[in-house]
Design a protein around this ligand. Structure first.
Ligand code: S3P
Length: 448
């Protein structure tokens, strides 16, 4: 089933060595935030390297609906003329965030402390996902939310006319919830405090400081305490969006499992809140060289030289690493299928509320490809079959989930028989050039 429009079946088959340079697109998390923070600043924010995937385009459209002027000047080059903190106007129509949990949750936070009303919806995947995790803390500011049962979209949020600042300890490790609370706190007087037990991606904190907000982070016995001073005037910025480490994961993992491969993936973020997959792959015995470390767009990055790794071993992934690699478990489970021994992924129940139930989607698809898996609510265990050992020869259901689609297409590149996916169209949400980029490296991926 596709989100909007026609399903696009795709297939991949055993390929010769992958070679060349894989320039992956801009980071999705930073792209959403550059548009939203730009809309909250007074004046013109300039963005380069913006990811032009559907999720981000939906956020750009939403920012226009709330009154910002958002203009595309060329590939990845955009400007945003913001309306200032508290300056959002009431949208005339429903805000459709498509497939994007990040888009809808961050935008709900941003409008929740302004006295306007907005109704949000999304595609069939997004309409199944829980919004209560965001609307619960937003109600503490004085906002009200009316959605379907279980806090599902479509949902109307009535922003608080007289917001009060909040102190909120995150019940789940979620950068989206943390960011929604911080964005709401921007238009509340006084100090809004968010406490997270495990650190999650910190792009909102870094960018808020860059846009001129007063924010401090302290490590305490309770965890990380983030304090934001409300009602700042945000200054417009020039944002150079670094490449997305979550997209880089696909060519990297493909090169590790396809015999003879040797590729270069430049500018991959080494931000400690995003690099868990890369630490894990190295522990498994992956041949990855981290070359030319430097800073780009305010993020630590390196160029990754990745070679086929025929002697990877299954490991126990430390559960506390989960927030720093939460989007990478699907493709890690594919690498695990080509390693020797068991890879144990515990503490991963958040995967059940992503674009699809990713534990279930990966378990069913890998089983269909002939791989033994075990799962429970919070765990996925993959029994490796060694290099080239996955039988394949199955069609896997993607459940409107881009990362599930790309993971199984990677799986097919080293399997004995081709692997198909029922719908590759969701790949457009985060990695519109995936097919072209992978084919350029020598991957045999086709439509139909
Ligand atoms: C994101 C946070 C993560 C991640 C998503 C992007 C963000 O979600 O899965 O792809 O940009 O803040 P959660 O906050 O729900 O863990």
């Amino acid at each position: 089933m596709s989100g909007h429009g026609e399903a696009q079946p795709m297939k991949s088959r055993k390929s010769g060595p992958l070679q060349g340079v894989a320039e992956v697109p801009g980071d999705k998390s930073i792209s959403h935030r550059s548009l939203i923070f730009g809309a909250m600043a007074v004046g013109e924010t300039k963005i380069s390297g913006l990811l032009e995937g559907q999720d981000v385009l939906d956020t750009a459209k939403a920012m226009r609906a709330f009154g910002a002027t958002v203009t595309r000047h060329g590939q990845g080059i955009w400007t945003v003329n913001g309306v200032g903190v508290g300056g959002f106007r009431e949208p005339e129509d429903v805000i459709d965030c498509g497939n994007s949990g990040t888009g809808v949750r961050l935008i709900m936070g941003t409008m929740a402390t302004t006295p306007i009303t907005a109704t949000f919806t999304g595609d069939a995947s997004l309409r199944k996902r829980p919004m209560g995790r965001v609307t619960d803390p937003l109600s503490l500011f004085g906002a009200r939310a009316y959605g379907r049962q279980g806090g599902r979209l479509p949902m109307t949020v009535v922003g608080a006319a007289n917001p009060v600042p909040v102190r909120y300890a995150l019940p789940v490790a979620s950068a989206q919830v943390k960011s929604a609370v911080l964005l709401a706190g921007l238009n509340a007087p006084g100090e809004t405090v968010v406490i997270e037990r495990e650190p999650t991606r910190d792009h909102s904190e870094r960018m808020l400081v860059g846009f001129g907000a007063k924010l401090r982070v302290e490590k305490t016995a309770e965890g990380q305490v983030i304090t934001l001073t409300g009602q700042p005037e945000l200054r417009p910025q020039s944002v150079a969006v670094p490449r997305d480490p979550s997209s880089a994961a696909f060519p990297v993992c493909a090169a590790l499992i396809v015999e003879g491969s040797d590729i270069l993936v430049p500018g991959v973020s080494q931000n400690a809140t995003r690099n868990g997959l890369y630490l894990t792959l190295v522990e498994m015995g992956a041949d990855i060289a981290f070359q030319n470390p430097r800073e780009e767009g305010g993020e630590p990055v390196a160029d990754l030289r990745v070679r086929f790794s025929g002697d990877m071993k299954g490991i126990e992934v430390p559960p506390e690493r989960a927030p720093s690699m939460i989007d990478e478990y699907p493709v890690l489970s594919v690498v695990a299928a080509y390693a020797t021994g068991r890879t144990v992924m515990r503490g991963v129940k958040e995967l059940r509320v992503k674009e699809s139930d990713r534990i279930d989607a990966m378990a069913r698809g890998l089983e269909a490809c002939g791989v033994r898996v075990e799962e429970d609510e919070d765990t996925l265990i993959v029994h490796g079959m060694g290099p080239g050992g996955v039988p394949g020869g199955a069609t896997c259901a993607t459940h409107i989930d881009h990362r599930i689609a790309m993971s199984f297409l990677v799986c097919g590149l080293a399997a004995k028989a081709p692997v198909a996916v029922d719908d590759g169209s969701p790949i457009q949400t985060s990695f519109p050039v995936f097919e072209e980029l992978m084919r350029g490296l020598g991957a045999e991926i086709e439509r139909g």
